[in-house]
Design a binder for this molecule. Structure first.
Ligand code: PEP
Ligand code: MG
Length: 548
């Protein structure tokens, strides 16, 4: 047995095989082959496997998000076997005597271009599907089952570090835990682990090699250790711990359907943070009252070009419909800093966290912003949608945003397109400037949601991505707690509501304090909803305040 240590960022115990994450850098090479018929046979087998994978995804999606949203996987299955596509691949293999991977990549590119140039919007939208299925077939041909994770069974992912654009591609069902050599406690990989409710360890000294790949291991997210090839004694001990955790989870299940109300009658909304439609299953499973933060930038990170209005609309509509009348707060894109998408072609910056990010991009490039606003507004006709703007620093900025929103609404009115005319708009409070200006800002919007991750970074002047500063990054700092109270009071003074959607909102040691401050909402990783509900229902806020 070998033990590797790191810093635990989410508790829990995972037992399974380690899988060293391989960056998806494999390019498709053109290779001359002697036996084209063998390539054609490999291609046929890969198609069969692709259809099988898509059928499994279809069945999973039906269970998690419903029949209508799962249909895309049925459509993909048909596209895999489309006659024109298959003929084109086979003819490239035969006429050029080349490998199947190259022929699929070539055909995929050609078909994608063809669809992109079509007049009909529906067919233009199919270009992305073509890309998706060609990449799936290529991955199968290369013996690489799913972006970066090769195993069929769920594994413990070991990586150097993971960019948000990498985690977004992963098949979450295959991940038992994350262990990274780098990364900070406030990075998006940590946030993702929390969303998925799985143990995670960062800054771990584990080697990224054959030495650990494929070996049995235990991740203990309480003590921050990875046990590779554990002894039978350790295995038995950790299995016991895992069973106890499971039991705790089952007890929490009893709280499903119960109100978030304290012993003395104070209520609070408990909403979920999501980054993806794939998280919707977790939202429903954990009985969230709504979605308090949909990090829409993950849609942008998951594509290699600007997502179109229709693509975005389909996603927002799916979220709104799945939540069936419960509130869905969509945050407009927060690209920049650690969340980079190449096609935005943002200039290299000395200090990206202080740079062109989030609302600053939207106000500099209003065409991108307007496309997103149109998509969100259109989706608001299908559920209860609110819009939230990130990284706000001034009243003028909010006025400019409201002006753009009014223009977009007027366009939709002129086109006779339905949307919620009374759509709620709010802002994230995540800069010190917005805290200081909270009263003035409260007059302009319907709600505040505090982004404590960035608010801590900007208030304490500590880069949230810098792992060597984790020990200084203290979101319990009295300055932060004072700011939280200032923000709730400012909102309430003007009859608006206030919540927290940063990670601090999920800190169970502060739940009572947040109730005492008067917060109306906490938006947290789905797995945190029931533990917080438990505390809320056991708290007497007046007694807590009296005892302070
Ligand atoms: C925050 O800053 O607290 C927040 C919720 O936004 P993000 O973590 O996506 O920057
Ligand atoms: Mg933020």
């Amino acid at each position: 047995m070998v033990i590797y240590e790191g810093k635990a960022v989410f508790e829990g115990v995972a037992i399974g095989k380690l899988s060293v994450y391989k960056k998806n850098e494999e390019t498709v090479k053109r290779i001359k082959v002697d036996a084209p018929e063998e390539e054609i046979a490999r291609y046929a087998a890969a198609r069969e496997e692709a259809v099988r994978q898509l059928q499994a995804l279809y069945e999973k999606a039906v269970k998690e998000v419903g029949e209508a949203s799962a249909e895309i996987f049925e459509a993909h299955q048909m596209m895999v076997d489309d006659d024109d596509f298959v003929e084109s691949v086979e003819s490239i293999i035969e006429s050029q005597g080349v490998n199947a991977e190259y022929a699929v990549a070539e055909t995929g590119d050609n078909f994608k271009k063809m669809f992109e140039e079509m007049d009909d919007e529906y067919f233009r939208g199919r270009a992305a599907d073509i890309k998706d299925i060609s990449e799936r077939i290529i991955r199968i041909l290369q013996g690489n089952g799913g972006a970066g994770i090769e195993s069929e069974e769920p594994v413990i992912v070991v990586a150097d570090d993971l960019a948000p654009s990498e985690t977004v591609q992963m098949d979450k069902d295959k991940i038992l835990s994350f262990v990274t050599v780098h990364g900070s406690a406030n990075s998006h990989t940590s946030i993702l682990a929390k969303t998925m409710n799985i143990p995670a360890i960062i800054t771990c000294s584990i080697p990224l090699s054959e030495e650990v790949d494929g070996k049995e291991a235990i991740v203990d997210g309480f003590e921050g250790k990875v046990y590779v090839e554990p002894t039978p004694e350790i295995l038995a001990e950790k299995q016991k711990l895992a069973a106890a955790e499971q039991e705790k989870k089952q007890l929490l299940e009893l709280l499903k359907g119960k109100e978030n109300v304290t012993l003395d009658g104070q209520k609070i909304n408990l909403y979920a943070n999501i980054g993806n439609t794939k998280d919707l299953g977790l939202v429903l499973k954990n009985d969230a009252g709504g979605i308090g933060l949909f990090r829409s930038e993950f849609i942008y990170l998951g594509s290699d070009d600007y997502p179109t209005e229709d693509e975005q609309f389909a996603i927002y509509k799916q979220v709104a419909e799945t939540l069936a009348g419960k509130k869905v707060i969509i945050r407009t894109l927060d690209i920049g800093a650690d969340k980079q998408a190449d096609y935005f072609k943002l200039p290299a910056e000395e200090n990206p966290a202080l740079g062109l990010r989030a609302i600053r991009i939207c106000l500099t490039r209003p065409e991108i912003f307007k496309t997103q606003l149109r998509a969100i507004l259109r989706a608001s006709a299908f559920g209860k949608v609110s819009i939230m703007f990130p990284m706000i620093i001034s009243v003028d900025e909010v006025k400019e945003i409201q002006g753009i929103l009014a223009e977009v609404k007027a366009e939709l009115d002129a086109e006779g397109i339905a949307y919620d005319k009374k759509i709620e708009t709010g802002i994230m409070i995540e800069t010190p400037a917005s805290v200081i200006m909270a009263e003035e800002l409260a007059k302009e919007v319907d709600f505040f949601s505090i982004g404590t991750n960035d608010l801590t970074q900007y208030t304490l002047a500590i880069d949230r991505q810098n792992q060597s500063l984790d020990k200084f990054y203290d979101s319990h700092h009295p300055a932060i707690l004072k700011m939280l109270k200032m923000v709730v009071d400012a909102a309430h003074k003007y009859g608006k509501w206030a919540g927290i959607c940063g990670e601090l909102g999920a800190d169970l040691s502060l739940t009572k304090e947040f109730l005492a401050m008067g917060f109306d909402e906490l938006s947290v990783s789905p797995g945190r909803i029931l533990p917080i509900r438990k505390i809320v229902r056991e708290t007497d806020v007046s007694a807590y305040k009296a005892g302070k």
